[in-house]
Design a protein. Structure first.
Length: 433
C-alpha cells in the first residue's frame, strides 16, 4: 500500500513519535497534517533523544522527504529553533524538509491572546498550551489569517499584518484591558525568517498527489489524538484542528479516497493533559505510580499527565469514527507489577448503563466508569520481541483490549527505544502491505 496514516486514539501522548519513526524508515514522504507546536513527538535512537514539535517524524531518515502540511499553524520562531537544533546535531534538515505555503502563521499576538482568553475563562478554561494555536486557527476560519506563502510577497504581507495588528491590538486593549505588545520589529523579523525558509516552501498538495501517483510510499502523521478532535472529541475541551483520519484530506490536499491504510496508536492505559472529562481517571497512589512508571509528563509543556485505566469505550468510539485497519499498543511494559488491572468497558449515568461514548458535555461530567478486572503480571517485558514470549496474563490482557476495540493490534511497544516493538498476535509483518 502506498499511503498509510498513523493517528492517536486517545487524548494524545500515545507514543506516535516512535511508531511514525519506525514506519518512516520505509516511507518516501512523511506528511504532518494538523496542529502546531502544541504537539510533541519523542523519538529515542540509541542514547539520543529527539523531541519534534512541528517537523515530521521522518526527518531522521536519509532519503525521506518531510512535509509540514497546509493544515498546520506554524510559529516561525519555533520552527527555526527546531530546525537549528536538529542541524546542530547533524541532521540535514533543509535537504529533507518542505513547508506548504498554504499553512497559516502563528504570530506573537496569537500567543498573547491565547493566554488572555484562558485567564478570562477562569474556572471554565480549556487548558491550552498557550502557544497561540486556537487564535491562529480562529483567524484562518474568519479569513483574516496570514499564510506562509504571503511572507514571500513583502508589500502584500505588510498590508495583511497592519490590518491584523489593528484588530488584535484593539481586542487586547479594549476587551481584555491589557496594553498591546510592541510589534515594531515583527514585520522585519518575519521576512527575515521567510528568506531563510524560502527554498523549502512548496505547493504541498501537489507534492503529495504527485508522490502518490508515482507509487511512492506516503505516511500521514497525526498530532494529538482523536478525543481532542474539534468535532469528534470532548468538546469544548479539544484542540482547534481535525486530529483524526478526516483531517488528512483538508490538511494535505490529498484526496480522501487515496488513503490506503489507517492505523492508530493507543497506550495500554489512558492519559490526558489539561482540562476536560476523563471517565477512567485515577487519583492517589495508583495514579502516581502510573505517572512515575510511564514518565507521564508532557513533551511540549512538561505538565504532569492525568492517568487512568484503559478506557475501552473511548477506544471503540475512536476506532469506529476513524474506520481503522489496525492498532499499535504502546507502554505495555509500564503495567508490569501493578497487580490486577482494570479496563473501563462501559459507563453508568444515573440508573442507565451506557455502552457507547456520549456526545453531551453535561453527561460526560456525570459518568461513572464500569470496570472489568483482569490479572496482571510482574515480569519485566522490555526485552520481549515475540508475542508468544509475553507472560500469559499479559497476552490475555492484550487479547481483551483487542476484543473490546474490535480492531487487530498490529504492533506492541514494550519500551521507549525504536527497537522495542513486537508484532501482535494478529498483526502483519509489514505494515506497508
Amino acid at each position: 500500500m502506498s499511503s498509510t496514516a498513523v493517528i492517536g486514539l486517545q487524548w494524545g501522548d500515545e507514543g506516535k513519535g516512535k511508531i511514525i519513526d519506525s514506519l518512516a524508515d520505509g516511507a518516501d514522504l512523511v506528511v504532518r497534517y494538523a496542529g502546531g507546536n502544541n504537539a510533541g513527538h519523542t523519538v529515542i535512537v540509541g542514547s539520543d533523544k529527539y523531541v519534534l514539535h512541528l517537523i515530521p517524524g521522518g526527518i531522521l531518515h536519509p532519503g525521506t522527504l518531510n512535509l509540514i502540511g497546509r493544515g498546520l499553524v506554524v510559529d516561525l520562531e519555533a520552527l527555526l529553533e527546531e530546525m537549528d537544533g536538529l542541524i546542530a546535531r547533524g541532521v540535514p534538515v533543509e535537504e529533507r524538509l518542505r513547508i506548504d505555503g498554504r499553512a497559516h502563521v502563528i504570530f506573537p499576538y496569537h500567543r498573547h491572546i491565547d493566554g488572555l482568553v484562558e485567564q478570562w475563562l477562569g474556572a471554565g478554561r480549556i487548558g491550552t498550551t498557550g502557544r497561540g494555536i486556537g487564535p491562529a486557527y480562529a483567524d484562518k476560519v474568519s479569513r483574516t489569517g496570514i499564510r506562509v506563502a504571503d511572507l514571500l510577497h513583502p508589500e502584500f504581507f505588510a498590508r495583511r499584518l497592519k490590518a491584523a495588528l489593528a484588530e488584535k491590538n484593539a481586542l487586547i486593549e479594549k476587551v481584555h484591558g491589557h496594553e498591546p505588545e510592541d510589534h515594531a520589529n515583527l514585520q522585519g523579523r518575519s521576512l527575515e525568517i521567510a528568506e531563510r525558509i524560502r527554498a523549502l516552501i512548496v505547493d504541498g498538495g501537489e507534492l503529495v498527489r504527485s508522490a502518490y501517483r508515482e507509487g511512492k510510499r506516503v505516511l500521514f502523521e497525526g498530532a494529538q489524538g482523536t478525543m481532542l478532535d474539534l468535532d469528534s472529541g470532548t468538546y469544548p475541551f479539544v484542540t482547534s484542528s481535525w486530529t483524526g483520519i478526516a483531517g488528512i484530506a483538508g490538511g494535505t490536499g490529498c484526496p480522501a479516497r487515496w488513503l490506503d491504510r489507517a492505523l492508530a496508536v493507543t497506550k495500554a492505559y489512558t492519559t490526558r493533559v489539561g482540562e476536560g472529562p476523563f471517565p477512567s481517571e485515577l487519583n492517589g497512589e495508583v495514579a502516581e505510580r502510573l505517572r512515575k512508571a510511564g514518565n507521564e509528563y508532557g513533551a511540549t509543556t512538561g505538565r504532569p499527565r492525568r492517568c487512568g485505566w484503559f478506557d475501552a469505550v473511548v477506544a471503540r468510539y475512536a476506532c469506529e469514527v476513524n474506520g481503522l485497519d489496525g492498532i499499535i499498543l504502546t507502554n505495555l511494559d509500564v503495567l508490569s507489577g501493578f497487580g490486577d488491572l482494570q479496563v473501563t468497558t462501559s459507563y453508568r449515568h444515573g440508573d442507565s448503563l451506557l455502552p457507547g461514548f456520549p456526545a453531551e458535555a453535561t453527561v460526560l461530567e456525570q459518568l461513572q466508569p464500569v470496570h472489568q478486572s483482569l490479572p496482571g503480571w510482574n515480569e519485566d517485558i522490555t526485552g520481549v520481541r515475540r508475542f508468544a514470549d509475553l507472560p500469559a496474563a499479559c497476552q490475555d490482557y492484550v487479547r481483551f483490549l483487542e476484543q473490546q476495540m474490535g480492531t487487530p493490534i498490529e504492533r506492541i511497544s514494550v519500551g521507549p527505544d525504536r527497537e522495542q516493538i513486537l508484532v501482535g498476535e494478529h498483526g502483519q509483518l509489514d505494515l506497508w502491505n
